[in-house]
Design a binder for this molecule. Structure first.
Ligand code: HEM
Length: 395
């Protein structure tokens, strides 16, 4: 049946990337250029710190009253990847930016709706589901918006001074065309798919993890006390830097434990075997779709002392020093490992520590810590269910 070869809805944006040579070339180009634009380096640290300050101002406006953290955190995190990809950040009230981020977020929610899940399993029977229509409309609107952004960037392109990934891609495309190479992977479709992949993967994952982190702090006030005590003792009032991570073992353990417990990409992304493989005695035929079940490792009872509880001690030794664990793989592993791991780790550390320096996170009045719900909502990623938190200023 042809349906078996159709990509599931959430894969529609990944298909061009996922085929052999095109994927290799785009991944290599994206990695090199994101590094050139600061990924994992000081330039990127400065961008994240600037965005932390913007986010703090938004949180302060709620004056300790309960609010939903999703939108402001999404905008702050999204701006980091935007500044690397498009070459500039956006204001949080710029409708062009907010609509793109909100639509992406909505698509991720829709991808976990029962009707879209049914469509993905039986595409012929469930062609007309309304969630699928909305999902595709969102993808199409984001494509149009990106083409408009690319047009603006093309008009002001200066090959001597690339502002971000899009500029670098356009310059490479032009130089290949000038040398008469017509069939390269540097074409408009790959530009669009790569930019959408970076934008989608670079926004929701990190912002969802941060929201889990704050929710877990409100749920476990004694652990929040310990993080804030460590931050006060080691950092005081100054801005946290990436280099401080090794002096903040407890905080680092809390961030790792948040990622482990939340396991936000439970099935990673689907892959296809490129040849027949024998894995642990099982024969997997070439062309079989394989889902690496990351949760089976992150919650494995033979690896973790308390697999289903929030237990930062999983990452600490008896002296309170941070310990790495082999079974910690929220970014997956192997050749398809998350391309943005170093960026995500830097963002999680700087946003989480800076927010905890400035605010005490607590449930809304009338809600007890026990009543804070940790049931995840479905989607390609597992985020916390809608909830409100109070961010009470500490400075
Ligand atoms: C906490 C944050 C993040 C988590 C937990 C996460 C996790 C993942 C996972 C599990 C995969 C699938 C790996 C596989 O196919 O086996 C992935 C792929 C990917 N991620 Fe991330 N990610 C995060 C943040 C980011 C960021 C900030 C970026 C931005 C550059 C990014 C870009 C990508 C890309 C481009 C891929 C596809 C890689 C490929 O197919 O070669 N991710 N990520």
């Amino acid at each position: 049946c042809n349906d078996a070869h159709k990509p599931a809805l959430h894969q529609t944006q990944w298909v061009l990337w996922s085929n052999g040579d095109s994927w290799k070339e785009m991944r290599r180009f994206a990695l090199t250029n994101l590094r050139d634009f600061g990924m994992g380096k000081k330039a990127c640290e400065d961008k994240i710190i600037e965005e932390c300050q913007q986010l703090i101002e938004v949180f302060k406006k709620f004056k300790g009253e309960p609010f939903e953290t999703m939108q402001p955190i999404n905008y702050a995190v999204s701006n980091i990847i935007c500044s690397m990809v498009y070459g500039s950040r956006f204001e949080y009230d710029d409708p062009e930016f907010t609509s793109m981020v909100d639509r992406t977020n909505r698509s991720i929610l829709l991808s976990g709706s029962p009707s879209v899940l049914l469509y993905n399993m039986f595409p012929r029977l469930f062609k007309w589901v309304s969630d699928k229509r909305e999902f595709l409309e969102n993808v199409s609107a984001n494509r149009k918006q990106n083409f408009a952004l690319f047009r603006q960037l093309k008009q002001t392109l200066n090959p001597e001074m690339c502002r971000g990934f899009v500029d670098a891609f356009l310059v490479r495309k032009q130089s290949l065309e000038a040398s008469g190479i017509k069939n390269s992977h540097f074409h408009d479709d790959n530009l669009l798919i790569t930019v959408l992949n970076l934008f989608n993967a670079g926004t929701e994952t990190t912002s969802t993890t941060l929201r889990w982190g704050l929710l877990l702090m409100a749920k476990h006030p004694q652990i929040q006390d310990q993080v804030q005590e460590e931050l006060r003792r080691v950092i005081g009032d100054r801005q946290v830097q990436v280099a401080d991570r090794k002096s903040l073992p407890f905080t680092d353990a809390v961030i790792h434990e948040t990622q482990r417990l939340a396991s936000i990409v439970p099935t990673a992304l689907p892959h296809k075997t490129s040849k027949d493989v024998v894995f642990q005695g099982y024969m997997i035929k070439k062309g079989t779709t394989v889902y690496p079940l990351l949760t089976s490792v992150l919650h494995d009872a033979s690896e973790w002392e308390k697999p289903h509880s929030f237990h930062p001690a999983h990452f600490l030794d008896k002296e309170g020093k941070f310990v790495k664990r082999d079974a910690f793989m929220p970014f997956s592993a192997g050749r398809r490992i998350c391309l943005g791991e170093s960026l995500a780790r830097m963002e999680l550390f700087l946003f989480f520590t800076t927010l905890l320096q400035h605010f005490r996170f607590a449930p809304a009045p009338g809600v007890t810590e026990d009543e804070l719900d940790l049931t995840p909502r479905g989607g390609i990623t597992l985020g916390p269910s809608p909830h409100k938190l109070c961010a009470v200023s500490r400075m």
